[in-house]
Design a protein around this ligand. Sequence first.
Ligand SMILES: NC(=O)c1ccc[n+]([C@@H]2O[C@H](COP(=O)([O-])OP(=O)(O)OC[C@H]3O[C@@H](n4cnc5c(N)ncnc54)[C@H](OP(=O)(O)O)[C@@H]3O)[C@@H](O)[C@H]2O)c1
Length: 360
Amino acid sequence: MKKYKVGVLGATGTVGRRFVSLLENHPFFDLTILAASQNSAGKTYREALGHRLSDGIKIPEKFYDFKILDAKNDAKKVALSVNFVFSAISMPKTEIRLLEETYTKFECPVISNNSAHRSTPDVPLIIPEINTTHLEILKSQQRRLKTKRGFIVVKPNCSLQCYLPAVHPLMIFKPNKILVCTYQAISGAGKTFDSWSDMKDNLIPYIKSEEEKTENEPLKIWGKVKNDKIINSDLPKISAQCFRVPVSEGHTSAVFVSFKNKPTKKEILDKWSEFEGEPQKLFLPSAPRKFLHYFKTEDKLDIKKARELENGMAISISRLRKDAQYDFKFVCMSHNTLRGAAGGALLTAEFLCKKKYFDF
Ligand SMILES: NC(=O)c1ccc[n+]([C@@H]2O[C@H](COP(=O)([O-])OP(=O)(O)OC[C@H]3O[C@@H](n4cnc5c(N)ncnc54)[C@H](OP(=O)(O)O)[C@@H]3O)[C@@H](O)[C@H]2O)c1
């Protein structure tokens, strides 16, 4: 099978290093370009990473001597050397928007982790098990961008990937109200306990802009493509509180849901058990065998187990029970830099590849 050449923008960051690690021996993709900021450009990957080479994400040795390019000033060179790029750059939103569109103008598709384009109406916000039908909007996006091959697809915020997948199979019961509290790992801020020692034995009940993303992005994911736009869904109404907790990797959520059409506990468990998405049907290389795992024994789940499940690509759910104010409540866990970031974006790219989106 033909392999597609890929570059990682932001290859030195937390998410970028995850991409590099996941792309070591990928059956569809060959990682040929690593790019980051001007500070890293010109260095080898090993030099640019310095102490980050050994901070928990295993970097394959074959990439140590890759020369880092400048994701911004070498954009043309990067774009013309690969079939598509993963973007995992931290930069102000206006600059990211411009940079990602620059890559598309060089006819290089961009699969982005950044939030800059998440609310652009013709940019699909994809969880591959849930809304790959939104990819039909790419034709409209390419008309706007005046590109033939170039397009932007984004991945949603990591916080909502630890609750939305569990709600999705229940959409048939018309959930109308959700309350969610998230407990988010420090890697979600691109940090480790070495770089953020103040987080040891600590909790910060505030993450900038996180609650807005957690409340609004699901409505786009559950929205409909109409007249060259993705129109957000009106329901369910979502209220979120997001906390930073002293956990290295893995986000947890406490979820409360009310439904218009009241399901029984068994009906909810059946929907979770039956659920599979396109990645499972297509046997994509990064797809978990089963996306949603329910743990019946209430005290058997913890974040260390949950984040390892199916290589960090599955969602763990437990403690489903009736609630006095909402209909049901449960807890949900996922790996934030794998399923919630690099792994989720890689799975999206595998779907795009399988469906020939990189072949125009
Ligand atoms: N961490 C998560 O769990 C998570 C989850 C979902 C989405 N995201 C999103 O993914 C993106 C990356 O997050 P992260 O946590 O990996 O951040 P990070 O660890 O801070 O890494 C940032 C990356 O961006 C590069 N960069 C910074 N300024 C640049 C510039 N002016 N030009 C080119 N490259 C530049 C850095 O390169 P240098 O090393 O050369 O400075 C580095 O490679 C962010 O948009 C974040 O919001 C993160």
